[in-house]
Ligand binder design. Structure first.
Ligand SMILES: [Fe+2]
Ligand SMILES: [Fe+2]
Length: 357
């Protein structure tokens, strides 16, 4: 443990808990009067299971998900439940979703699902809803209110325009650098539902919202963006402890906007580059984020991972499990009033940028 981390732990009153599994389990104890009880849940996202032909699937993406499931089953203590954060399939095909579900069926524990654009734009979520999960719902667990939104909707005029085939629409939305795509949004129908859902929740109750795209605006050309993000943020404003956890960006990002803490989760399939280091266009990478040192083209699991999340006193501490990389924890610091990376937040303790091949 380096001095900065030691100092951080001391100032935030956090203590270390030993684990049988080689994870750095950090238990945050903030001692406030929250009604929430401490617990953990696992988070696996962006598997992008891709069919080649018949029962042949891209091995690398399969292996990422299989590894996450295997390691999640070894965790001590057992997570209370798991989230899957969207993009289970690559092109929304039944075969891909079924194959992904088959792998996830080995997870020991209840799984809640968030839909991603790669799962949606072939049949507009029909198979997903019949077989996997509703697209928008909420549930309560140990004093925390959880909300799942479908944040990857877009304008009806785009969704229902004259496509040659549904797969043409899927392919137009599936690209990262997608000039043929359309901005993601939650939409009025879900906003009305969310307003109603939150009306019955006490202001002191911790709220955790799961979405696939970020409910903040980072980089529009890659749809690291939700067009009506501010409207969702406004509905969350009255609550004291709010966390938004999203997939889609395939990288570590964390941020604080007003009362809302944001955390992105890793993909099990592949990493996306950080927009600000990749493109000449202006991007709004969250200021809090410290980009990961990465990019080893010879390691198939490079910069992928999955996460184990502590909800202690209603605040999230996200522990990133990164194959062949230093595991990282981003936790809420009550003194600073924002999430911080225990190892890398401080400038003096950051790893210098890697020189790429
Ligand atoms: Fe994805
Ligand atoms: Fe996505």
């Amino acid at each position: 443990m380096n001095m900065n981390r030691r100092a951080f732990l001391k100032t935030t009153g956090a203590g270390l808990v030993a684990s049988a599994f080689p994870l750095s389990l950090v238990k945050m104890a903030f001692g406030n009067d929250s009604p929430a009880q401490d617990f953990t849940f696992g988070y696996i996202s962006d598997a992008h299971i891709q069919q080649i032909k018949g029962n042949k699937f891209v091995r690398n993406w399969d292996m990422g998900l299989i590894r996450a499931v295997r390691e999640a089953n070894l965790l001590t203590p057992r997570p209370d439940f798991f989230m899957f954060g969207g993009d289970l399939a690559q092109l929304g095909k039944k075969e891909e979703l079924d194959h992904g579900l088959e792998i996830l069926s080995h997870l020991r524990g209840k799984v809640h699902y968030v839909i991603g654009e790669h799962d949606y734009y072939l049949d507009l979520g029909e198979y997903w809803q019949s077989k996997i999960s509703p697209l928008c719902y909420s549930f309560d667990h140990k004093g925390v209110h959880f909300v799942v939104l479908n944040s990857i909707l877009t304008y009806d005029t785009w969704t229902h325009k004259k496509w040659g085939t549904p797969m043409d629409r899927m392919l137009a939305m599936a690209r990262l650098d997608n000039p043929g795509g359309s901005p993601f949004m939650v939409g009025e129908e879900q906003l009305t539902w969310l307003k109603k859902d939150l009306e019955k929740i006490h202001r002191g109750t911790p709220v955790v919202l799961f979405s696939h795209s970020p409910i903040q605006k980072i980089f529009k050309p890659w749809n690291f963006w939700t067009e009506d993000a501010e409207k969702v943020q406004a509905l969350l404003k009255p609550f004291e402890k709010v966390t938004v956890i999203y997939g889609h960006v395939h990288q570590i990002e964390y941020n604080q906007i007003g009362n809302i803490s944001f955390h992105a989760v890793m993909a099990t399939a592949w990493p996306w580059p950080y927009p600000e280091s990749y493109t000449q266009l202006a991007s709004c990478m969250p200021k809090m984020t410290v980009p990961m040192n990465r990019a080893d083209p010879f390691f198939e699991r490079d910069a992928t991972g999955w996460q184990f999340i502590d909800l202690s006193s209603g605040r999230a501490a996200v522990r990133y499990q990164l194959p062949d990389n230093t595991n990282r924890t981003v936790a809420y610091n009550t003194r600073a009033g924002r999430p911080e990376d225990l190892n890398y937040q401080d400038h003096g303790s950051r790893i210098p940028p890697q020189i790429h091949y």
